[in-house]
Design a protein around this ligand. Sequence first.
Ligand SMILES: Nc1ncnc2c1ncn2[C@@H]1O[C@H](COP(=O)(O)OP(=O)(O)O)[C@@H](O)[C@H]1O
Ligand SMILES: [Mg+2]
Length: 119
Amino acid sequence: MSYLEIQRLEKSFGANRVVKDFNLSIEKGEFISLLGPSGCGKTTVLRMVAGFETPSGGAIAIDGQDVTTLRPNQRNIGMVFQSYALFPNLTVAQNVGFGLKVAGKPRAEAPPPCARCWS
Ligand SMILES: Nc1ncnc2c1ncn2[C@@H]1O[C@H](COP(=O)(O)OP(=O)(O)O)[C@@H](O)[C@H]1O
Ligand SMILES: [Mg+2]
């Protein structure tokens, strides 16, 4: 089983079936991109992986654990939103480092650009 396993994922908003039978396997450390026209469901898939939307069907497993119905704070998934969720008064590194600090990670575990912002 891959680190992230998405099987037969479905999401409908009312009568609008936005995600249809979506399947994806990603290994730990793998870098992938979701490409598609605006409105095709990319963000909705990411929000379901992070736990901000509940799937209408299908399953999501992370590291062998079924997380389909877990809350976002129970998944250890980081999500950088497209807009509105960055602190405009902080640098990119400080924005990334903020979540690590709140999670109680020591400076030594932060990527170098973030660790420089630790105070
Ligand atoms: N909370 C929501 N309520 C109703 N419709 C939504 C909601 N979120 C997304 N949608 C609809 O789902 C579709 C896919 O949106 P989205 O996942 O944001 O697409 P993408 O990120 O690929 O541009 C769009 O038609 C959008 O209007
Ligand atoms: Mg989007």
